[in-house]
Design a protein around this ligand. Structure first.
Ligand code: GDP
Length: 301
């Protein structure tokens, strides 16, 4: 066992945490959800990996919490005027990341190698690992049919009623050998404030993760405060799969391996019999907020 900490991440809440975490610790690596990845205009977009790279290199747009800071959308708008709607807003600077990733993949690199090259070019020292090399896609079964997560969230603004959530390709996916070695050796695992169903759900559904997490100290920051997520569709997805939309519901998703649940200081006090519950200020608006929460998590570790 070494002192390194593993952080599991989606694309908004945990990147906010990482933005501050890197200021207070060097010794961590990140395992990122890839089930929201899509190919658009010939390029592979990994929304969550991109957000983590941009957060750790201080180049993320901290207003929207996706995409590169001070980006423009000239190519996207030009394509639209030529009659082709990409379906999601892709910035010109952001697109360069997707082009380089796709180039590396076409040259024969797997996603793990391509991510390592990309993050190094951004000057990021910490390892950023995709959850797996195989393609996995989150499909949302709704009243209006089954659609990719991006179509549900971006195209349909998260409106259709959700019946079920499927991770297509998950049975073929496995934890990459290197990620397994890093996770087995790490000191503790932090699951940042990410959507438990569609961001962390795919990671822990990939073969090989749960067994390791069961052996580790796992600290979870709740993305739900009171009865609502801070942002995004986590509440809708939790409800549709039968979980209570609350920090307790979040703990329930992780019941098999969670050790500590960090809830927000604005939440009411409560106890759960299978997990230690602690309180902190978990709302991250400024980098200082993320740093303070990171210090608190390091003390828990
Ligand atoms: P996604 O890939 O964009 O869905 O991003 P994540 O899954 O990483 O993050 C989305 C989750 O982060 C949502 O459920 C939000 O409630 C949560 N979130 C966003 N900002 C904050 C914050 O400042 N504090 C906390 N506690 N949760 C947050």
């Amino acid at each position: 066992m070494n002192r390194t900490i593993a952080i599991l991440s989606g694309g908004t809440g945990t990147p906010k945490l990482l933005w501050g975490f890197k200021e207070v610790s060097d010794d961590f690596f990140v395992v990122v959800n890839t089930a929201e990845d899509v190919w658009v205009s010939g390029n592979k977009i990994c929304p969550d990996i991109d957000s983590v790279i941009y957060a750790l290199s201080d180049t993320i747009d901290t207003e929207k919490w996706w995409g590169a800071r001070e980006d423009s959308f000239v190519t996207h708008e030009r394509l639209k005027s030529l009659g082709f709607d990409e379906g999601m807003m892709i910035g010109d600077i952001d697109r360069a990341t997707h082009i380089l990733r796709s180039h590396l993949i076409r040259k024969g690199k797997d996603l793990l190698e391509a991510t390592r090259i990309l993050k190094s070019r951004f000057g990021v020292k910490q390892e950023i690992f995709p959850m797996c090399n195989e393609e996995v896609s989150t499909l949302i079964e709704t009243e209006s049919g089954t659609m990719h997560f991006q179509e549900f969230w971006v195209g349909r603004r998260g409106e259709p009623k959700v019946n079920n959530i499927i991770f297509k390709g998950i049975d073929e996916a496995k934890i990459p050998v290197e990620v397994k070695e890093f996770l087995e050796k790490c000191r503790a695992v932090i699951i940042g404030p990410s959507n438990p169903i569609t961001s962390i759900g795919p990671i822990i559904s990939v073969k090989g993760y749960k067994e390791i997490l069961e052996e580790k100290k796992v600290i979870v920051v709740s993305p739900i405060i009171g009865k609502n997520p801070v942002s995004g569709p986590a509440g809708k997805f939790m409800r549709s799969l039968g979980y209570e939309v609350s920090p307790a519901g979040v703990a329930e998703v992780y019941r098999d391996f969670i050790d500590v649940l960090v809830i927000d200081e604005r939440d009411s006090d409560y106890e759960l019999d299978f997990v230690e519950v602690v309180k902190a200020d978990t709302i991250m608006k400024k980098k200082e907020d993320a740093e303070n929460l990171s210090e608190f998590l390091l003390e828990l570790v």
